[in-house]
Design a protein around this ligand. Structure first.
Ligand code: PNS
Length: 163
């Protein structure tokens, strides 16, 4: 099976992530979206891993070859477990490159049979990130069109609670 994985923290998933996932689903027989627990990233995720998985599951429900699952530990070990030979990452502006290059090199060192491939962001989403979405929402700005509607609502509810 021609299986790829799209890993990330997805806190929360953005329309930029979803564009990459959809384009990967057209290139590979099966795509597994792997949602990292990432408990330490940026002071801890805003959304629990089950919530992050649920947002993506709802958003990709129309893509029959895409599944979503949480993962903890090393990415290459998750790739081995699900028998994915390709890791797909999105690349936005050139600022992503250094971090992605480092991760790709380290993953290659850990397992040479797993290839990392990049899908370039479309210009509309080139400057979109989960952190920017949270910052806008935290200050009461609209993130409609940047994330799925369910995520818009969850952000408002979560950040309103936090105030
Ligand atoms: O959404 P992100 O921050 O781009 O996702 C990064 C992620 C989760 C893919 C990365 O942090 C990761 O692979 N974490 C698992 C730990 C691991 O395998 N580290 C070694 C490669 S640097």
């Amino acid at each position: 099976m021609n299986r790829a994985m799209c890993p990330g923290t997805f806190d929360p998933v953005t329309n930029g992530h979803l564009d990459v996932i959809e384009r990967a689903s057209m290139l590979f027989g099966e795509v597994v979206v792997a949602v990292a627990l990432s408990p330490d990233k940026g002071g801890g995720p805003l959304f629990g891993v089950e919530e992050r998985v649920a947002f993506i599951e709802e958003a990709v429900s129309g893509l029959s070859n895409v599944t979503v699952q949480p993962f903890d530990g090393l990415l290459v070990e998750c790739a081995q477990e699900i028998d994915a030979k390709v890791i797909i990452k999105g690349l936005r502006a050139v600022t992503d490159f250094e971090r992605e290059f480092q991760m790709a090199q380290l993953n290659y060192r850990l397992d040479k049979t797993v290839e990392t491939m990049f899908i370039m962001s479309i210009p509309e989403y080139a400057y979109l990130s989960s952190s920017a979405v949270k910052e806008i929402a935290r200050h009461g700005g609209s993130v409609k069109g940047l994330v799925p509607d369910a995520v818009c609502e969850a952000l408002a509810a979560r950040l309103h609670q936090a105030r």
